[in-house]
Design a protein around this ligand. Structure first.
Ligand SMILES: CCCCCCCCCCCCCCCCCCCC(=O)SCCNC(=O)CCNC(=O)[C@H](O)C(C)(C)COP(=O)(O)OP(=O)(O)OC[C@H]1O[C@@H](n2cnc3c(N)ncnc32)[C@H](O)[C@@H]1OP(=O)(O)O
Ligand SMILES: Cc1cc2nc3c(=O)[nH]c(=O)nc-3n(C[C@H](O)[C@H](O)[C@H](O)COP(=O)(O)OP(=O)(O)OC[C@H]3O[C@@H](n4cnc5c(N)ncnc54)[C@H](O)[C@@H]3O)c2cc1C
Length: 666
């Protein structure tokens, strides 16, 4: 905010009962992370190349070119200022526009790191790190996305020339969707069925050059282009999601990523001791980052809706006094505050998931693979529930802002359009929950065998207790006890998984049973993932959290998150007998009282996200709350208002009016 400018939300900030600066540190993860984030946010906001207020007005071509300009400029600044990887990734975050670089850094590089041999990494990574080649992740095809084993592109080994022949045998085998592919990437990690000596060996990744490094023209045998406009006007259209066909394209044998499986010069296929699933490792990595992204997108929407709800007034004027701030309506609170709590919950679960991922990656380097299934289940499940909840929440925030939320300059329509594909990419959310369900059913089925469940399924080891325990909640206060809450969530989750396992056992064919019970399995999986989020929020509170009143606020938010989920899924809790209807009603009583505790802190709690006005790009979410004059000024900047009489008047309006006059005379 400019020095000396009026702060229309000052009153809201004065009622805060905690130290906002300390909360900023907790949200960012550390003082260092906050400092880096703050510095990079200002760097981006002060650079005119990174302006974004005109984004929705640009044509697709202009938008795309502008994105190329921003990406090139960001890279120039990263090199000039010798930014660290952490700083560079914050620059990307604040530039706030999907671009080919996301796939280059986020998937192409990790695919080579995770699936390439040492030699392959040494050859390709330095080129990729300097952006002397630009890569994408070309897995999905026109006919298959979720079913990776169903991909049709082939990679046939030719022992005569020591090459693979990459081919698209059908229309449906055309690569379709990869970001960065359409117009920019020079290379792809392309996924194809490996065929050696007429035998198939599953889907593997191959580094394929697509375009000339001299003139950017597609290489012989490559047909490549953009797949067309996507949802929304600006949004994800800054990305060149592409189509790609291979017509018997030859690549050297050493361009197959061979960490999992090797093909020798003689055409021998050697399976290493690394599990096949590591081919899916890049997706595990990205799913983990998507959970962190969910907390960012959600907190951004909530920040806008909270500030605006404090500015906006409707009804309730007494004796000519001001009307009621809409944030004081209990309905507004019950819709908004759970989303605020969810933003914090997703933030902390993403922190935990990152540490789990780092731990599993270190183990994989040492040849320990036992934790891979849990890492897969956690990343898939949390990616699924956090992105679904965030997409719904952004739309709810738009509605919380009434009519003005529908204006592009509220920032919410664009945020929704750009965010919502997260429910689909990197694994459709339902498909991913079914993966979690497989993991849970397997864990349940092994309970009798003496195998002790660990990690996020450790609670299943107490199945005998959890299957019959009764919650001892007697008052609304009791719901503030984390142990009580966790036990209710554990009982619900375990009982849902056990019920699924028991029902599955009734089918002679397990796969048929899995297909028939899929809807229940998805619900059991979601219940397990919600338990993880609740537990990790409570565990966060066991840590030392400095700053006046900060821990107290987080305790309130953790209870709000848990009780909101409980209230929303009350049917599950009741039908599994995890709690009684009376206890469900008490949870709701507690929730209401928690909302009142959040109310004086609401604006400060969203200030703690430390978002600049540039990043928020929302008139409604401005830090200073100066909404109405800005909305008014912005309206006049619309190109339609360039002229008082619109273009088209002479051709289309005037004749109409004249005709009416003539008709009236008749
Ligand atoms: C200088 C620095 C600058 C910094 C800039 C920084 C910028 C960085 C930005 C980064 C952001 C990145 C943004 C990216 C944007 C996203 C773009 C989107 C990209 C994509 O969408 S890529 C395509 C994604 N596709 C999918 O997700 C497909 C989903 N399908 C699957 O994953 C699989 O097909 C599926 C559903 C798992 C089934 O596979 P299948 O082989 O058929 O497996 P089974 O069901 O039979 O299971 C077999 C067995 O394997 C286990 N399994 C499955 N998957 C995994 C896994 N991933 N890991 C480990 N194990 C796995 C499964 O559980 C089964 O186990 P069993 O024990 O039961 O046998
Ligand atoms: C913006 C965007 C960017 C993308 N970027 C990339 C990229 O860079 N690289 C890349 O390779 N791919 C990319 N993709 C593709 C993406 O990964 C796939 O779209 C995604 O994995 C979903 O697969 P699908 O499209 O085949 O959906 P489908 O599987 O066809 O889903 C359609 C419906 O069928 C349901 N369904 C499917 N299978 C089952 C099942 N077994 N049981 C129950 N229901 C089922 C789903 O729930 C869904 O409702 C991108 C997609 C988008 C939208």
């Amino acid at each position: 905010m400019e020095v000396g400018a009026p702060d229309y939300l000052a009153g809201e900030r004065q009622t805060a009962e905690f130290d906002v600066e300390s909360m900023k540190v907790t949200w960012a993860g550390s003082r260092h992370a906050l400092e880096v984030s703050d510095r990079m946010a200002r760097l981006v906001a002060s650079d005119p190349v990174f302006r974004k207020d005109n984004r929705v007005m640009l044509s697709r071509k202009e938008l795309f070119k502008n994105t190329l300009r921003k990406a090139a400029h960001a890279w120039k600044r990263i090199v000039e200022l010798r930014l660290t990887e952490e700083e560079a990734s914050r620059v990307r975050f604040f530039v706030d526009e999907p671009a080919f670089t996301d796939l280059h850094w986020g998937m192409f590089v990790p695919a080579i790191k995770g699936q390439g041999t040492e030699e392959q990494q040494q050859k390709w990574l330095p080129l990729a790190y300097k952006m002397q080649i630009i890569g994408c992740y070309a897995q999905t095809e026109l006919g298959h996305g979720s079913n990776v084993q169903g991909l049709e592109t082939t990679a046939t080994f030719d022992p005569k020339t020591d090459e693979f022949i990459i081919h698209s045998p059908t229309l449906t085998s055309s690569k379709w969707w990869p970001g960065g592919l359409g117009k920019v990437s020079t290379h792809a990690v392309a996924y194809a069925r490996l065929i050696v000596d007429g035998q198939e060996h599953g889907v593997h990744g191959f580094i394929v050059q697509l375009r000339s490094l001299d003139d950017h023209m597609p290489l012989p045998g490559i047909t490549v282009g953009d797949i067309g406009m996507k949802f929304g006007s600006g949004a994800y259209n800054s990305m060149d999601n592409g189509v790609l066909r291979f017509d018997n394209v030859r690549i050297p044998r050493d361009q197959m990523l061979m960490r999992v499986l090797q093909v020798t010069r003689e055409g021998k296929v050697i399976q290493s001791d690394v599990p096949r699933q590591l081919i899916y490792g890049t997706m595990v990595f990205v799913r983990q980052t998507i959970v962190a992204d969910a907390s960012c997108a959600l907190s951004r929407a909530v920040c806008i809706a909270t500030r605006y709800s404090a500015v906006r007034r409707q009804f309730g004027s007494q004796n000519g006094g001001p009307e009621t701030q809409v944030i004081d309506y209990k309905t507004q609170q019950s819709r908004l505050f759970p989303l605020l709590a969810s933003a914090y919950a997703f933030r902390f679960v993403s922190e935990w998931l990152k540490s789990l991922y780092t731990d599993v990656t270190e183990k994989l380097q040492r040849g320990e693979f036992s934790t891979l299934p849990e890492a897969h289940a956690c990343t898939a499940g949390l990616k699924s529930i956090t992105t679904s909840a965030t997409a719904d929440a952004i739309e709810e925030c738009r509605k919380l802002c009434g009519g003005h939320g529908y204006l592009a300059n509220s920032g919410l329509p664009e945020l929704f359009a750009v965010y919502v594909p997260a429910c689909t990419y990197e694994g459709d959310n339902t498909v991913l929950l079914l993966q979690v369900a497989r993991f849970l059913v397997k864990t349940v089925s092994q309970l009798g065998s003496g195998k002790v469940p660990v990690g996020t399924t450790a609670y299943m080891g107490r199945a005998r207790h959890l299957i019959q325990c009764k919650s001892n909640v007697q008052s609304a206060e009791d719901w503030l006890n984390p142990q009580v809450v966790v036990e209710a969530f554990e009982a619900r989750s375990l009982r849902m998984s056990v019920a699924c396992a028991e029902n599955l056992a009734k089918f002679p064919n397990p796969e048929e049973g899995f297909a028939q019970l899929a809807a229940d399995l998805v619900e059991a999986a979601a219940a397990h993932c919600q338990l993880i989020v609740v537990t990790k929020f409570f565990e966060k509170l066991q840590q030392d959290i400095p700053g006046k009143g900060v821990k107290k606020q987080l305790q309130i938010l953790s209870s709000v998150y848990a009780l909101y989920i409980l209230h929303k899924h009350l049917g599950d809790f009741l039908s599994t007998g995890s709690i009684t209807p009376k206890q469900g009603a008490l949870a709701n009583d507690q929730l209401r009282s928690l909302y009142s505790k959040i109310r004086p802190n609401a604006v400060a709690l969203v200030d703690a996200f430390n978002y600049t006005d540039h990043y928020l790009s929302s008139v409604l979410g401005r830090y200073d709350g100066n909404v109405y004059p800005t909305l008014y000024e912005e309206a006049w900047k619309d190109p339609l208002n360039d002229s008082v009489v619109p273009d088209g008047y002479q051709e289309y309006i005037r004749p109409l009016l004249k005709q009416q006059i003539r008709n009236a005379r008749l």
